[in-house]
Design a protein around this ligand. Structure first.
Ligand code: NCD
Length: 344
């Protein structure tokens, strides 16, 4: 691939590092190197510049067709992929499970093969089954982008979160980043743990033991709500600290990311009550006062205000929640741009 310094004339983003990109699909960030994460971040900078123009459009993906295929609900992820594709001059077609032949019982592989046959170059997919995009990637020549698979991964969310953190804090290495909430059911948490750990952050995971994935569950009393609640669990995931006590976890944090209680994924019986959960785990101004001055409050959305986060904190100066959504468009432009160039 030739070095592509698109001299930034008005119709192109100025991307320096894209020439090093080799991936064909974006399935997760669990195997990303720091250099690859940097490439996405730098490419996102170029896309932010495009987004800031009077007419935020470039023809970088003109002639390409992007299909979004969503088997699960979505607002921001889907809308931002669509906007990102259009900003790059691609044709974008949206397909949801309802209203397509999926309703008639068409299999996943038949559906994606059909989409490829009608000309899809890039397939953005969300599916309730963990691993579904991996299966699809094995059957397609088109690039596959995982927009969320079950409890497993949500790589573009982790990338936009990383971008937002870097935009505010610069260096991520050594930063204390707390992820609090329903970790067990969260693909956002899992992909964030990978991306942030790879960039050298100290990740602290905070949840009641029933909402921790088995691999991270505190294994002895001193890892629970009692004293010294931290543990290092390598297992399949990078090592993270686990602390069931939010007040303690937030102490000295640079970033606190809270997650939605995913009631639709719970089998029941995991929490005594939502009210008790809110008492112990709601992120609010009082709790955030234990973090570093100027620490960031993040949430991937959709939010249950008054449960995992207080309404006052959502609209506080520390909150970068809206910025996460805005950055989501530029990050997805970067990902589409990099993958459309065709990797290995
Ligand atoms: C998340 C998702 O769908 O994984 N939302 C998102 O994409 N921003 C988180 C959630 O559903 O709670």
């Amino acid at each position: 691939m030739t070095q592509e310094k698109l001299a930034s004339p008005a119709d192109q983003p100025a991307v320096d590092r894209a020439a090093t990109w080799t991936r064909r699909h974006l399935l997760d960030v669990d195997d990303f190197t720091t250099a690859e994460l940097d490439t996405v971040m730098d490419t996102t900078d170029a896309m932010k510049e495009v987004m800031g123009r009077d007419v935020p459009r470039v023809p970088a993906l003109r002639g390409k067709t992007i299909v979004t295929l969503f088997y699960e609900a979505s607002t921001r992820t889907r809308a931002s992929f669509e906007l990102a594709g259009k900003a790059l001059g691609a044709d974008v077609i949206n397909i949801s499970a309802g209203g397509s032949s999926i309703e008639k019982g068409e299999s996943l592989i038949d559906t994606v093969r059909t989409l490829q046959a009608v000309g899809a170059d890039l397939l953005v997919m969300r599916h309730s089954a963990s691993g579904a995009p991996y299966l699809v990637a094995r059957h397609l020549k088109a690039a596959v982008i995982n927009a969320g698979d079950g409890w497993h991964a949500h790589p573009t969310q982790a990338l936009l979160d990383l971008y937002t953190i870097r935009a505010h804090l610069g260096e991520v290495r050594g930063r204390r980043i707390v992820i609090v909430g329903d970790i067990a059911h969260s693909r956002v948490a899992r992909s964030n743990i990978w991306a942030l750990s790879t960039m050298g952050a100290e990740v602290i995971v905070c949840a009641p033991p029933t909402l921790l994935p088995a691999g991270l569950r505190p294994s002895s009393a001193d890892h629970g709500p009692g004293p010294e609640g931290d543990a290092t669990e390598p297992l399949a995931m990078p090592p993270v600290h686990v602390d069931a006590n939010l007040d303690r976890a937030v102490e000295g944090a640079d970033v606190v990311m809270t997650l939605r209680l995913q009631k639709e994924r719970m089998q029941g019986g995991l929490l005594p009550s939502v009210r008790e959960y809110a008492t112990l785990y709601q992120l609010n101004e009082e709790r955030m006062s234990r973090a570093r001055t100027g620490a960031l409050v993040m949430h991937p959305g959709p939010m249950n205000e008054g449960i995992e986060i207080s309404p006052a904190l959502v609209s506080s100066l520390q909150s970068v929640i809206e910025e996460q959504v805005t950055n989501g468009v530029a990050v997805r432009m970067a990902v589409l741009y990099l993958l459309a160039r065709g990797g290995k």
